[in-house]
Design a protein around this ligand. Structure first.
Ligand code: NAI
Length: 338
C-alpha cells in the first residue's frame, strides 16, 4: 500500500508539474557571455527553469560546445548556441529576457571600476544590438561595474529611442544572497527563511545591506552588524582573493542571476507580489539610479518600493555612499555619450 501511495503521489506531482509548465507562456531567454565563468553555470540553471521555452546562448567564442552540452538536459526549453557578432541578431530576436554576464572579471587588487575601460565598450555594443533586435526585452545587467554599466545601457537605449526604464535592471541579487547567508550564520536562524534588503549600488560601500529590516529578527550587537555590513560589501573581494587570479564569483553569481531572471519571468507571466532588490532608474533618493526593493510585473518594474525605516548606522551609510555612486553613474553616462 505504501508503494502504491508513493507511486500515486509521484504521478500527481508529475501531472502538476507538467500542467504548470505547459500552461505558462513561451519565453525566450538570452545569455550574452554564455561561455564564461558565470555564463556556463547560469545557462545550465536557466535550462532547469520550467518557465523558459527557448534558451539562446551567445558569446564571441565557445558557445557551440556550451549549447550542445546544455541542450542534452531533459527539460522543457530548446537550446541554441550563437557565436560571434554576425550571429548576435539571431541570438536576440524575440527575446523576453536578456541576461548580460559578458566582460572581464576582477583580479586580486582590482576594484570593479578598474573593469570600466573594457566592459563599458562591450556593454555599449551589446545594448546597441538589443535596441535593434529585441527592444522590448527585460535586460538583466550583470557585467561590472554595474553602477556604470546600467547608466550606459540606459543612454544607449535613449539614443536608439527604445529606452523604457521599467525594463532595465542591474543585478544586485548576489549582494542579497550574501547578506542572507552571513546574517543567518550570525543570527543562528535557518537561512531559507531569511530576508535582508540591500540598497544603494553594487560596489564596495555603495552596497548597503539593511540588517535593521532583516527577518527573522535577531538582536545582534552593533559591532556584529558593522562586521556583517563590511563582509557583505567585501563579499566579492573575498572570492576574488580566494580564487587568486582565476576570476571572481561565478557559481554564486550564476545562482543569483538565475534567481533574478526567474523573478523577471514570473513577473512577466503575471505572478503577483514578486519583489526583488535591483539597481534601477529611481526616485527613491536624489540619485537617478538606485538599488532598492522592486515589484516586478508584466512590463518589468511595476513599482520601485521605498527604503523603509533605516537605523542611524544605515542612514550614515546611505549618505556616505551617495557621492561614489553618483560619480559612477555620471561616468557611465559620459562614456555612452562621448
Ligand atoms: P569570464 O571572463 O569568465 O566570462 C566573460 C565572458 O564574456 C567570456 O566568455 C567572454 O568571451 C565573453 N565576452 C567578452 N566580450 C563579449 C562580447 N562582446 N559579447 C559577448 N560575450 C563577450 O567572466 P565572468 O567571471 O563570467 O564575469 C563576467 C562579468 O560579470 C564581469 O564583468 C564580472 O565583473 C561580472 N560580475 C558581476 C557580478 C554581480 O554581482 N553583478 C558578480 C560577479 C561578476
Amino acid at each position: 500500500r505504501s508503494l502504491h501511495s508513493a507511486v500515486s503521489r509521484r504521478s500527481s506531482h508529475l501531472a502538476r508539474r507538467g500542467y504548470s509548465s505547459e500552461s505558462t507562456p513561451e519565453r525566450k531567454v538570452v545569455v550574452l557571455g554564455a561561455a564564461g565563468g558565470i555564463g556556463q553555470p547560469l545557462s545550465l540553471l536557466m535550462k532547469l527553469n520550467p518557465l523558459v521555452t527557448s534558451l539562446s546562448l551567445y558569446d564571441i567564442a565557445g558557445t557551440p560546445g556550451v549549447a550542445a552540452d546544455v541542450s542534452h538536459v531533459n527539460t522543457r526549453s530548446e537550446v541554441a548556441g550563437y557565436q560571434g557578432e554576425g550571429e548576435l541578431g539571431k541570438a536576440l530576436e524575440g527575446a523576453d529576457v536578456v541576461i548580460i554576464p559578458a566582460g572581464v572579471p576582477r583580479k586580486p587588487g582590482m576594484t570593479r571600476d578598474d573593469l570600466f575601460n573594457i566592459n563599458a565598450g562591450i556593454v555599449k555594443s551589446l545594448c546597441t544590438a538589443i535596441s535593434k533586435y529585441c527592444p522590448t526585452a527585460l535586460v538583466n545587467m550583470i557585467s561590472n561595474p554595474v553602477n556604470s554599466t546600467v547608466p550606459i545601457a540606459a543612454e544607449v537605449f535613449k539614443k536608439a529611442g527604445t529606452y523604457d526604464e521599467k525594463r532595465l535592471f542591474g543585478v544586485t541579487t548576489l549582494d542579497v544572497v550574501r547578506a542572507k547567508t552571513f546574517y543567518a550564520g550570525k543570527a543562528n536562524v535557518p537561512v531559507a527563511g531569511v530576508n535582508v534588503p540591500v540598497i544603494g549600488g553594487h560596489a564596495g560601500i555603495t552596497i548597503l545591506p539593511l540588517f535593521s529590516q532583516a527577518t527573522p529578527k535577531a538582536n545582534l550587537d552593533h559591532d556584529v552588524i558593522v562586521a556583517l555590513t563590511k563582509r557583505t560589501q567585501d563579499g566579492g573581494t573575498e572570492v576574488v582573493e580566494a580564487k587568486a587570479g582565476k576570476g571572481s564569483a561565478t557559481l554564486s553569481m550564476a545562482y543569483a542571476g538565475a534567481l533574478f531572471a526567474d523573478a523577471c519571468l514570473k513577473g512577466l507571466n503575471g505572478v503577483p507580489d514578486v519583489v526583488e532588490c535591483s539597481f534601477v532608474q529611481s526616485n527613491v533618493t536624489e540619485l537617478p539610479f538606485f538599488a532598492s526593493k522592486v515589484r516586478l510585473g508584466k512590463n518589468g518594474v511595476e513599482e520601485v518600493l521605498g527604503l523603509g525605516a533605516l537605523s542611524d548606522y544605515e542612514k550614515q551609510g546611505l549618505e556616505n555612499l551617495k557621492p561614489e555612486l553618483l560619480a559612477s553613474i555620471e561616468k557611465g553616462i559620459k562614456f555612452a555619450n562621448q
